[in-house]
Design a protein around this ligand. Structure first.
Ligand SMILES: CC(C)(COP(=O)(O)OP(=O)(O)OC[C@H]1O[C@@H](n2cnc3c(N)ncnc32)[C@H](O)[C@@H]1OP(=O)(O)O)[C@@H](O)C(=O)NCCC(=O)NCCS
Length: 172
């Protein structure tokens, strides 16, 4: 894979050795915002193995492309394109470790990844679902060129509580 880099922010594919920093990325706030949260280290390793398996599938059939975001060479978070439908669409999600937030890293990672993913999978659309209370993610998506399409009301149910999700998209 060619180097994906802007300044001090770079993206690369996952390795098995990323299990520890990946698991540690999920602080209490992130757990309230993410679609998938690993419950333990075993589940973390299983998820990473899933990512590694996907890298071996030809792009036209691949469903997930997962990237580690590095800041100055350090694991700072990750960005995932999932639900990939070749020549059509994908859904993105990202997480930046607490100590790296607010430095513009996710916005830069989107700037790197959006053109790469659009080209690699010949997409027409990428979207992201974001909880309406997640102001940082809304701002990051808007700064990355995503536009608000609407709100899916009470679409998320966690522990008997219902939450609304905004849908943001970027098209080509
Ligand atoms: C959302 C997330 C990935 C953003 O990463 P980041 O690297 O901190 O994002 P950036 O620094 O590129 O941009 C965040 C923007 O939101 C702003 N922001 C942060 N918290 C905010 C808040 N509570 N209200 C309004 N704006 C906020 C920042 O000021 C920044 O805007 P600015 O550059 O104009 O100042 C990160 O906050 C995160 O990992 N959150 C937990 C997991 C999550 O929510 N993932 C997204 C799931 S859809």
């Amino acid at each position: 894979m060619k180097s994906l880099k802007i300044g001090e922010v770079s993206l690369r594919h996952f390795k098995e050795s990323d299990a520890k920093p990946y698991f540690e990325s999920f602080d209490e706030w992130a757990k309230k915002c993410m679609f998938f949260v690993p419950k333990n280290k075993q589940e973390t390793k299983k998820k990473i193995r899933e990512y590694l398996k996907e890298y071996k599938i030809p792009a036209s059939k691949r469903k997930i492309d997962a990237f580690v975001i590095e800041f100055k060479g350090e694991f700072a978070g990750f960005m995932i394109a999932r639900k990939i439908i070749y020549k059509h669409q994908a859904r993105t999600t990202s997480l930046i470790k607490k100590e790296f937030r607010g430095k513009g890293i996710a916005t830069k990672a989107h700037k790197i990844l959006n053109p790469y993913i659009f080209k690699k999978y010949k997409l027409k659309r990428m979207d992201a679902g974001v909880r309406t209370y997640n102001k940082a993610s809304v701002k990051m998506l808007e700064k990355s060129g995503y536009q608000l399409e609407g709100c899916l009301r009470k679409i998320i149910c966690v522990d008997g509580k219902y939450y609304d999700n905004y849908i943001y998209s970027i098209i080509k």
